[in-house]
Design a protein around this ligand. Sequence first.
Ligand code: ADP
Ligand code: 5GP
Length: 182
Amino acid sequence: MKGRIFVVSGPSGVGKSTICRELVKQLDNIYLSVSTTTREKKAGEREGKDYHFVSRDEFERQIKAGNFFEYAEVFGNLYGTPKDKLQQALEQGKTAILEIDVQGAQNVKKLYPEAKLIFILPPKQAELQKRINGRGRDDGKDAEKRIQGAGAEIAAAWQHYEYMVINDDLEQAVEEITQIIK
Ligand code: ADP
Ligand code: 5GP
């Protein structure tokens, strides 16, 4: 495989999707992996664009079929990185970006030690809460679960990730990650 893999993780609402979309716009030769998930589709999300939404049965069938490069259970739902498209992108020499959780990142590192792991941090906790609520995507219970999970995710991350980037000013965060990739 000729291409490179960059993993982008961070607590829910920190700005991962926003940053990754900017990277795709600004850089050439980028492949942004679209994960498969069993979680329900939220308002504004599109099949095949944000995720491939499938049932748990279908996800389990795909695990057995060996379709995933890695997968993990996050907040009670399964999420996985489709293997075929990733392999294809790497063979074409593309830079692949995987927006996945901390467990997924560790699995990727085992499978592909050259992968670089980038963790996105919020400027402060209150800002994370504001972004999750402002996104208007999660109901109260879901938002609470995500805010609660943020501390543990950050604590688990620092020893495994090669780069930490604070997403305060979006443009600056995108520029920092661009420099890491370059
Ligand atoms: P994630 O993918 O990490 O869950 P999103 O990319 O969906 O997060 O961003 C959550 C919300 O925060 C969105 O409404 C997004 O527009 C906003 N956001 C992202 N980056 C910034 C930033 N640097 N400053 C202010 N708001 C931001
Ligand atoms: P959300 O439901 O907010 O879109 O995502 C929840 C969490 O699942 C985030 O931490 C996100 O990075 C992670 N995630 C999304 N896709 C994948 C994947 O394919 N594999 C793994 N391991 N985690 C994923």
